[in-house]
Design a protein around this ligand. Structure first.
Ligand code: GDP
Length: 712
């Protein structure tokens, strides 16, 4: 039996720019909810959520660990019946780990976005905010570090309104600032709160200080106005109230919209992404974190607030829905595979419908094979609990699944469904990697394979056995981290080459070609014969194979061999040997021989035809283009912009923010190696940038020549 009703579940993530305080906030949450008994300081490397050694060293969170904790809102009795189950899904802040953010956004229902109260909105917060928009994730904001010198709630709040959403609405105000920061005013209750005790665990409510009263009244009326707009009845009440008040000016005591109404409608508006409540505090100084938890419960969705998940019924390819109910057939999404030192591999999954019992069989609908749910674990920050049964809304981990990768749907064997996949970007950077010793060589293949299973944006190509191997990923740091993990977790030492841009090739015109592989002199012969047509596709469309054979001129059993041959030759393009993308290949004619035809003969014929067709279709090299945002003090604008142009950058816009300039541009990745160092020296260390993959574009002729000659 389920212990916590589904309405009392919150599956949430904490999203933040690196250093905004996500780890500290998560850790305080685990402390106040009683999951962790110790408050570790991040800089001492004791934070519970950052459980990977390497994350501690780098001070960044790489892995999205899911942790369960419980909270009864601080404003009601702490009874078992008031407790909510909060599954906290950790997300990384660094841009090279965008994939982790994306995959966690796919499975969480709501998010707390943490900001640094000095810096306000930072570039990465913008990127992650847009992703959260894509997934329609309801959010609340927490402006952290109000205790820091230079912190400003007003400025940070304004930056949220201006740069992220006009729907942000303050539901709190800080009392004091910087070292004087003492607590927060709750604008809904119109009460002040202080946090006493060694770790701020005691919440003390008091009257709003006189000097802040006026500001609080003003902010509350903005809040009320924004909220009532979302409910017709409340809006009418409000308008009537205003009329009555102005008629009876100064005579009667002012009426107010009640706390319950405000909360109810604010919840509704937050769930619909029409409003984003904004809170503030200092996680480090233990001020305001419990009120984040209250707000998570008050304003973020439970699984029942969400529409049913959609998927494809494997039996008849029709679209089907699963309601978030235990009575529905089981469906879940595997969102993370993690190598685990104790139990091998852990598959984190989120249950969208139904119930899963330990020991039962489930279907991996994507791989179309069955797996046994041998052991199910619920992850707490510092312990794992074996569970017999998991229910709709749960986030748990399965031990030892054999053939499940990130993004696969797990479901009831009798009711196969494929939930919408998580789409991951293609890697843009690669490095040659070779084992240091013979012993390393044996282990390297296994290690790389494991890491690839975990991380869908990490690819390995080349020959794993001989050790002549290329690894590819989303950025320099991404690959660094993986090589480092290989060393630590799998004890494999390797030499890595210079990072190289993952160029691709494509065609610009349509063309047709014939491929023949015929050997018929004595003994059993070979006979394969095809005609292929190649057509360029729009950027990002990938590869499409069309079988247009009529009248059995090539028998069915050889068609897949043709497709295989095509795919194999597409892995090496005609211009400089980079993989071909964005093209459609149609097999439309050919012939066969009753005795001599074989799969291998058709495969070879297909590859001959493909190479010929591509040669005649004006092939070109493509390069990854990155979206770059650079933030610098105004004085350095000329130098930095000039330097971007010399890196073949195209500046889209330059905007002002206080005393700084924000340059948005598109730049080829190949020109960006070492940019961090260069920017630092150009700006006396004051410039910062973020960069993410945007699209592939054709390289200019002179660069193409350099690439072909191996100079780039
Ligand atoms: P993350 O990178 O977002 O996980 O950020 P961390 O939680 O690791 O915090 C980054 C740094 O900011 C650490 O040195 C923290 O001690 C510090 N920090 C976190 N919260 C606060 C806060 O509320 N006030 C101050 N002054 N520092 C904080």
């Amino acid at each position: 039996m389920r212990k916590y009703p589904l309405e009392k579940y919150r599956n949430i993530g904490i999203i933040a720019h690196i250093d905004a305080g996500k780890t500290t906030v998560s850790e305080r949450i685990l402390f106040y909810t009683g999951t962790s008994y110790k408050i570790g300081e991040v800089h001492e490397g004791a934070a519970v959520m950052d459980w990977m050694e390497q994350e501690r060293e780098r001070g960044i969170t790489i892995t999205a660990a899911a942790t369960t904790c419980f909270w009864a809102p601080s404003y009601i009795e702490e009874g078992e019946e008031n407790k909510h189950r909060i599954n906290l899904i950790d997300t990384p802040g660094h841009i090279d780990f965008t994939v982790e953010v994306k995959r966690s956004l796919r499975i969480l229902d709501g998010a707390v976005v943490v900001f640094d109260g000095v810096a306000g909105v930072e570039p990465q917060s913008e990127t992650n905010w847009r992703y959260a928009d894509d997934y329609k994730v309801p959010r609340i904001c927490f402006i952290n570090k109000i205790d820091r010198i230079g912190a400003s709630f007003e400025k940070s709040f304004k930056s949220i309104i201006e740069r992220l959403t006009p729907n942000a609405v303050a539901i709190q105000l800080p009392i004091g600032n910087e070292s004087e920061f003492e607590g927060v005013i709750d604008l809904i209750k119109m009460k002040a709160f202080r946090f006493e005790g060694e770790h701020g665990e005691k919440i003390v409510s008091y009257d709003i200080p006189e000097k802040l009263m006026e500001q609080a009244i003003q902010m509350r009326s903005i809040l009320v106005e924004k909220v009532v707009e979302n409910d017709e009845e409340l809006l009418n009440d409000y308008l009537t109230m205003i009329e009555e008040q102005s008629a009876a000016e100064g005579q009667s005591k002012k009426k107010e919209i009640g706390e319950d109404d405000l909360k109810r409608v604010l919840r509704k508006a937050t769930l619909n992404n029409n409003l984003v409540p904004v809170l503030c505090g200092s996680a480090l100084k233990n001020k305001g974190v419990q009120l984040i938890l209250d707000a998570v419960i008050d304003y973020l969705p439970s699984p029942v607030d969400l529409p049913p998940v959609k998927g494809i019924n494997l039996k008849n390819e029709s679209e089907v829905e699963r309601r978030p109910e235990d009575g529905e057939p089981f469906s879940a999404l595997a969102f993370k595979i993690a190598a685990d030192p104790f139990v091998g591999s852990l598959t984190y999954f989120r249950v969208y419908s139904g119930v899963l019992k330990r020991g039962s069989y489930i279907l991996n609908a994507v791989k179309e094979n069955q797996e046994r749910a041998g052991r199910i674990l619920r992850m707490h920050a510092n312990e794992r609990e074996e569970v017999e049964e998991v229910y709709t809304g749960d986030i748990c981990a399965l031990v030892g699944l054999k053939d499940t990768t990130t993004g696969d749907t797990l479901c009831d064997v009798e009711n196969p469904i494929i939930l919408e996949k998580i789409v991951f970007p293609e890697p843009v950077i690669s490095q040659r990697i070779s084992p240091k010793t013979k012993a390393d060589q044996e282990k390297m293949g296994l290690a790389l394979r494991r890491l690839m299973e975990e991380d869908p944006t990490f690819r390995v190509s080349g020959d794993l056995e001989t050790g002549d191997t290329i690894i590819s990923g989303m950025g320099e740091l991404h690959l660094d981290v993986l090589v480092e993990r290989m060393r630590r977790e799998f004890v494999v030492d390797a030499n890595v080459g210079r990072p190289q841009v993952a160029y691709k090739e494509t065609i610009q015109e349509t063309s047709k070609a014939e491929g023949k592989y015929i050997r018929q002199s004595g003994g059993r012969g070979q006979y394969g014969h095809v005609w292929l047509k190649v057509v360029p596709l729009e950027s990002g469309k990938g590869f499409i194979f069309i079988d247009a054979i009529k009248g059995g001129v090539i028998p069915k059993e050889f068609i897949s061999a043709v497709e295989k041959g095509v795919k194999e030759s597409m892995s090496k393009g005609m211009v400089a040997g980079y993989p071909l993308i964005d093209m459609e290949v149609t097999l439309y004619d050919g012939s066969f021989h009753d005795v001599d035809s074989s799969e291998i003969a058709f495969k070879i014929a297909a590859s001959i035809a493909l190479q010929e067709a591509v040669k005649n279709a004006k092939p070109v090299i493509l390069e990854p283009i990155m979206k770059l945002q650079v933030i610098i003090p105004s004085d350095f604008l000329g130098d930095v912009a000039g330097n971007l142009s010399s890196r073949r950058g195209r500046i889209d816009s330059i905007s002002d923010r206080d005393n700084i300039k924000v340059i948005d541009s598109m730049v080829p990745l190949s020109e960006m190696f070492g940019y961090a160092t260069h920017l630092r020296s150009m700006t006396q260390g004051r410039g910062v940038f973020t960069m993410e993959f945007s699209n592939y574009e054709r390289v200019p002729k002179n660069v193409e020549s350099a690439i072909i000659e191996g100079k780039k």
